[in-house]
Ligand binder design. Sequence first.
Ligand SMILES: *Cc1c(COP(=O)(O)O)cnc(C)c1O
Length: 374
Amino acid sequence: MADNPAFIPVNEPLLNGNEKKYLNECIDTGWISSEGPFIREFEEKFSKRCHRTHGIAVSNGSVALDAAVMALDLEKGSEVIMPAFTIISCAAAIVRAGLVPVLVDADPVTWNMNVHDIEKKITSKTKAIMVVHIYGLPVDMDPVLKLARTNGLKIIEDAAEMHGQTYKGRPCGSFGDISIFSFYPNKHITTGEGGMIVTDNEELAEKCRSLRNLCFMPMRRFVHETLGYNFRMTNLQAALGLAQLERLDEFVIRKRNMGRLYNELLVNLQGFQGPSAYAGTDENIYWVYGLVSLDKGRDAISCMKQLANAGVGTRPFFYPMHLQPVFQRMGLFKGESYPVAEMLAEQGFYIPSGMALTEDQIREVARRLQAEFA
Ligand SMILES: *Cc1c(COP(=O)(O)O)cnc(C)c1O
């Protein structure tokens, strides 16, 4: 497919700012490991951007979730409420910490967790809610914050897809007791691989810094009271991150313009549900531009095959947690069903929506979609 010049890939990052300049600085100075100066600078600037006091840069978003959950130090066997419709990393972090994930279904319009289902899942064992903002639209946080407050629950916020997004004007990533981001190349800003934990809590921040660096003791290096990990980010990654962060505002505008243009061009495409343009007053940042086939006889797999033949790159939606073979084998989620998450996995996919996508490419994708599904 790569040698077909007309093929439009699902994602390409945009790296034409100061990326090369800062990377050259790393090479010229020899600072390529996690000891380099760009890491602190990236942590400070990024955490400030989402109104947090601490930022802990790590090697990817998945381990950011692992460290965030571990740092909360919840009693083993405690329950954490989370969406059924998300990436495996969320449930994996909970399970690996010896905790029990408890699922809520997705909302059919926003594709985010249905916050009105949370309350009935709260038991005496519930200790936290993991909120995951899906595909560019913020979760309705007010009811979640209220439930957390009245029930004494912690909030873990997965803002991996939400750089630069807000909920009621306040930055995503500022709502959790502890919050995380990913900088994978398809996210709004990228470091190749990378992630960040942000928090206002000094103790949680210290725990995450320690977990990131093998839990070295401050007094005597190579003596350990706890087992940690090497979750460190390199100076090379932070160099990319700083250059990308300089353009975050521009990138958010760019993505919103892409989403609006798709909305406009696809308004007459029959048989598909597109993303919601708004959650309240906050406009979607279209991390990816998703489509859900409303025709049960035409599922995501068949649409994606058809589009691949037409030269349009796609990816399927997430696969629900309760149907994951790995969790079923552990005996989790037995007999549970989450019809919206199941429908989204069956019928949903996303079309080219990377940062480097051009207006001409968007018009071409829309034209091919119309031609295929008219
Ligand atoms: C991308 C993503 C992650 C994981 O980030 P990686 O850097 O790929 O490990 C976690 N949660 C959500 C919601 C994501 O979209």
